[in-house]
Design a protein around this ligand. Structure first.
Ligand code: FCB
Length: 458
């Protein structure tokens, strides 16, 4: 942690003032399939675009892969026990599409479906509510080979996959999430090639945005239809986009990135229209009736938030913008992401103002390079301070009118952090990737205590 990070070292008392939460407030932890499961070639799982990405030169730091990851496929019982010890109410996980439909559609893989039965039943037996995310970025490679999200048919393939899950798990799972972070996997998958499938093409990016929106709408409809009492959300990553410095071209870059990042999915899904610049560019791909297909009634807004992002003009990139730097004296956490707790409060209030619906914070957390000391303990005070500050800002937002219904830490375990491989640890539980030993960090104890004390106050 840098010396300038006073905010993380000593949060001031006033910033930590609390308000009373709803008595049904949900405390949870989040994970995703490709980041933890491993068993990539086991029991009939098919390849995903992330398996391919990991085998592409320069795709992932160190050439790391999700082949083994946290071996959660074999150790899920231990991981559920860890969650039970934390005292969480809920577990947000994702299903790997290629594990249950190895080629994306057609033949079903029963062993894959059985695995999620075990996870769901195990969580329920431990008193933990499973929150199922249908898509967290691992598109079956076979579907990508047929055009993937750039192909309009992908929306229908997704709806069939969602229906399979709804039929199979809907008797026990009532909390459903259509997608995780629409804008991240479309932007980094199709315009700035930092994620699978690593394409740089404006047209494919626009098509992907629209088709993913259509898939979301179709997914909501099938889940609503097949799961009595379903409570459905979609998870959006929203963070303010600020220009690097005040040069006019960077301000312009930030405005366009803001539309791609914060509005291209929330607005059509919740307001029924695209934001101005996206609307103009996306017109050729929109058919009559599409906006009504996309804008379906939702039960809650899932927010993933880490910190603001910075944009600058970059003519070498597909849309003429690239990633900028935060002001040099900005606080950052272990992996260099900006820490601006006020921006979290402001985002919660902006969502409340713009979309007027209940919010569940589905991811918030802090990366680092946490290593055990000689005694084997991991004293991640930087993460505790981050979580404490961000929780305080959530309280502030609630006081100011945001209807926040839950909070999930990213993440339960150190895991495969996409393009950064295993070097960027977000877990409140440390994983030794050589031995698969799990060790709760100091932040895990802190989070367990927080949950207990919040329940006591409720
Ligand atoms: C989010 C992703 C999640 C994880 C965290 C650190 O963008 O949803 O899978 O990588 O960032």
């Amino acid at each position: 942690m840098s010396q300038t990070n006073a905010i993380l070292e000593k949060p001031d008392a006033e910033a930590l003032a609390k308000t009373k939460l709803r008595s049904d407030f949900v405390w949870g932890v989040s994970t995703s399939a490709y980041q933890i499961e491993g068993a990539a070639a086991e029991d009939g799982r098919g390849p995903s675009i992330w398996d391919t990405r990991c085998r592409t030169a320069g795709g992932v730091v160190n050439g790391d892969t999700g082949d083994v990851a946290c071996d959660h496929y074999h150790r899920y019982e231990d991981d559920i026990a860890l969650m039970r010890d934390l005292g969480v109410d809920a577990y947000r996980f994702s299903v790997a599409w290629p594990r249950v439909l190895p080629r994306g559609r057609g033949a079903v893989n029963d062993k894959g479906l059985d695995f999620y039965d075990r996870v769901i039943d195990g969580a329920l037996a431990a008193g933990i509510e499973p929150w199922l995310c249908v898509y967290h970025w691992d598109l079956p490679q076979a579907l990508h080979d047929q055009g993937g999200w750039a192909n309009r048919d992908c929306a229908g393939w997704y709806a069939d996959y969602a229906a399979l899950l709804a039929r199979r798990y809907g008797d026990r799972v009532k909390r459903w999430i259509t997608f995780n972070e629409f804008s991240v996997f479309t932007l980094f998958g199709y315009a700035i090639p930092w994620a699978a499938p690593g394409i740089t093409d404006r047209e494919q990016h626009l098509r992907a945005i629209h088709h993913v929106n259509l898939a979301h709408g179709a997914g909501v409809d099938v889940i609503r239809d097949l799961v009595p009492g379903a409570s459905i959300g979609a998870v959006h990553n929203r963070q303010r986009v600020l220009p690097e410095g005040d040069r006019a071209e960077n301000v312009e870059a930030a405005a366009l990135l803001d539309e791609h990042w914060n509005l291209a999915f929330c607005d059509p899904q919740l307001l029924g229209h695209y934001s101005p610049r996206v609307a103009k560019a996306i017109e050729p791909y929109v058919q009559a009736g599409d906006m009504a297909r996309i804008c379906r009634p939702m039960d809650w807004f899932g927010l993933n938030h880490y910190g603001p992002i910075f944009a600058k003009a970059d003519p070498t990139r597909a849309w003429g913008y690239g990633w900028g730097d935060a002001p040099p004296d900005s606080p950052t956490h272990g992996v260099g992401w900006a820490v601006f707790p006020d921006a979290f409060r402001d985002e919660l209030l902006e969502i409340t103002r713009r979309y007027r619906m209940p919010i569940v914070i589905t991811e918030n957390g802090c990366g680092g390079n946490d290593t055990p000391d000689e005694s084997g303990a991991i004293d991640d005070q930087h993460r505790i301070n981050y979580l404490r500050l961000y929780n305080a800002k959530m309280h502030e937002a609630i006081r100011a009118g945001a209807d926040v219904r839950g909070y999930f830490v990213w993440s339960l375990l150190d895991n495969f952090e996409w393009g950064s491989g295993y070097g960027n640890r977000f877990g409140i539980v440390h994983v030794d990737f050589a031995t698969q030993k799990r060790t709760p960090k100091a932040s895990a104890r802190w989070y367990a205590d927080l949950i207990k004390s919040e329940r006591f106050r409720a």
